[in-house]
Design a protein around this ligand. Sequence first.
Ligand code: GLV
Ligand code: GLV
Length: 324
Amino acid sequence: ALPKILLTRTLPPESQRLIEHAQDIELLHWKDGVIPRDQLLKLVPGVSGILCTLIEKIDSELLDAAGPNLKVVSTFSVGYDHVDLSELRKRKIHLGYTPDVLTDATADITSLLVLAASRRMREAIRAVEDGEWNVWSPVWMLGTQLTGKTVGIVGLGRIGVATARRLKPFLGANGKIIYSGNSDKPVAIELGASRVKFDMLIREADIICICCALNVQTREMFNYGAFKAMKKNVILVNTARGAIIQQDDLIRALSEGLLGSVGLDVTTPEPLKPDHPLLKFQNVIVLPHIGSATLETRTMMGNLAVENVLSGVRGQTMPSSVEL
Ligand code: GLV
Ligand code: GLV
């Protein structure tokens, strides 16, 4: 029998064709949107590969259900906080992911949120829609200029670097870029960026971009104490993972007026219900986790995820795998 691959969602058309045309595998394709957990557990026994998204939790229960044939998990994402790495390691299962191809799109969304937050885009659009646009005024709807400001990047990885490159021209000659993270990054020299401690970054930055992975170190790193330490007009943007922010603390900080403007592409939970308290603040812009959502990028992610799972099942080196 051919090795089985479970595909938990429908991919962008080009990538979907790519996996359907593979002759040496049997494809189990879940076609009806998000796969319910019980269906997932029923479909995995005996599979050699799983192509999943960040929605599906890959944990010991699932891996046990899959059994010893499973060679590879390929996630259609750069983040892999939904995957239990130590359980994969124990079972010698490989993990494929999709870095690089989504860097530009995600850095675009991060920059977009910085600009939108700094210029009160949500309030401005709502004012037009609600008939509050009365007459041009010298003092109405004033935002914050980026020129001369300090941008703090939390996590100067691929996306952090691409974001810094995009924002640098907005800051002008007197602007500054600082970053925090576990190691000095050679690319920082070319960006003119200096590494500082997290505690210093949140105090000094006018604009904070969260571009790091979610892990035990970064989970709820942004808590009430951090918000209190920030500048009063700070612009805070998160395009990484919702859980890096302690969201109840964020809501408290917002209600106490501690923050200038916030842009989020990720939240806890996802999706947020329309009546969620976070959405009541006019200085908070929430996007529905669309950082990588361009046709071009999602196609490249899909193709890479397909190549990863096929290579893994065939016992070949994956084009893009996580070091376990
Ligand atoms: C999206 O959030 C991703 O990790 O690719
Ligand atoms: C994401 O992949 C990053 O390195 O920023």
